[in-house]
Design a protein around this ligand. Structure first.
Ligand code: NAD
Ligand code: ZN
Length: 341
């Protein structure tokens, strides 16, 4: 599909000039073929690179990229192609959201996290020293073009990061999808393109259906946070030695456990979630050295805290979220402590 991008853009996105934003790793792998696909176009796209990694998802990177567009004289007829993983999608999307008060962005995700999750839904932004994703904007892409063959150059560990979010999509809305993922895991972890395509398609269907119903996270969209309240807290309490995927894997198991203990979640659900997580080769329980008090503090600091307690998305059973007060349930700290111990 990368080779067909210029045609897709011509038919669907009203821009005359393109800026491709990519990190150095992805640029080395995919910018050449993409630029080659534009050969013969009226105007050669401008390729702008930045260093790879979460620590470059900053306002400084945003400023440098934006200055480059200004210096190149990009006008309102410019569109941004975000070529890369979730970091690139978020920061390039934020550049597009703010440049001249907003120009079109096309997401071309190359990591499995981005294909399965971040390229769809319109959240863009950067981190600050006070926390992740604290500054940003909703800026839905005009087009998302996924070439599943790009998964071939990812490491197994990076693929597992994306597949955690796919398991989450199944856990909240489609139990059969969880079973299909577990069955296809050997080829998914190898980056095989047909099974990757099937998973990306189903995950995008699920995420898009949620976002279409509640784009700005009034209430329903928070079901995508399943596993993330405890997950984020574990990630922060570990000082980011746990990856996001590892932390969310554990978070989903513990939140299913919590739901069972509160009689909101059907018995046996925790076990189903845990089996899926283990099949991915990810941890399903916190490490014994986990600082439980720190985790509880971070759970409390979570954005989902409202007056009087933490609010959490809980499953009714695998494949269904339990409606509560809206789409979340009040949970006491002691209940969280109980599943951490
Ligand atoms: N906007 C959203 O809704 C949303 C949702 C989930 C995650 N995110 C964000 O996404 C980020 C994580 O995404 P990520 O894991 O893709 O991080 P990333 O963009 O840093 O990519 C991970 C690494 O893989 C490399 N890479 C990407 N594609 C590759 C390919 N095809 N072959 C080889 N290497 C490749 C990148 O250069 C990078 O080094 C976080 O910042 C998170 O906040 C955003
Ligand atoms: Zn996540």
């Amino acid at each position: 599909l990368l080779a067909e991008l210029p045609r897709l853009l011509r038919d669907r996105v009203p821009a005359h000039r393109w800026v491709i934003i990519a990190d150095d790793t992805v640029a080395r792998l995919y910018a050449g073929p993409l630029l080659a696909a534009f050969a013969g176009a009226p105007r050669e796209p401008l390729l702008v690179r930045f260093p790879a990694g979460e620590r470059y998802k900053t306002r400084e990177t945003w400023a440098t990229l934006t200055d480059t567009l200004i210096e190149a004289g990009c006008g309102r007829d410019t569109g941004v192609i975000a070529l890369g993983g979730g970091v690139t999608g978020d920061v390039a999307g934020f550049v597009a959201a703010t440049y001249l008060r907003g120009i079109p962005v096309v997401q071309v995700p190359t990591s499995l996290v981005a294909m399965i999750d971040s390229a769809v839904g319109g959240k863009t932004g950067v981190d600050t020293s006070a926390g992740k994703n604290l500054v940003g904007a909703f800026h839905p892409p005009r087009l998302v073009v996924v070439d599943p063959e790009a998964a071939a150059t990812l490491s197994r560990a990076e693929r597992a990061q994306g597949l955690v979010e796919a398991v989450k999509h199944g856990a909240i809305l489609d139990a059969r999808y969880v079973a299909e993922l577990v069955r296809a895991l050997p080829s998914l972890l190898e980056g095989e393109s047909a099974s990757t395509e099937a998973a990306v398609l189903r995950s995008i269907e699920i995420k898009a259906s949620v976002v279409a119903r509640d784009e700005r996270e009034g209430d329903y969209r928070q079901i995508l946070n399943f596993g993330h309240t405890i997950g984020h807290a574990l990630e922060q309490a570990s000082g980011y030695t746990l990856t996001h995927g590892e932390a969310v894997a554990i978070g989903m198991v513990l939140e299913a456990d919590l739901g069972e203990r509160l009689n909101v979640t059907a018995a046996g659900t925790r076990e189903q979630v845990e089996l899926a997580v283990q099949a991915l080769g990810l941890p399903s329980r916190p490490a014994p050295a986990t600082d439980v008090e720190a985790v509880l503090r971070f759970v409390g600091a979570d954005k989902k805290r409202r007056a009087g307690g933490v609010r959490m998305v809980l499953l009714g059973e695998l494949g269904r979220v339990a409606p509560g007060d809206g789409w979340s349930h009040p949970v006491h700290d002691e209940a969280v402590r109980a599943v951490l111990d």
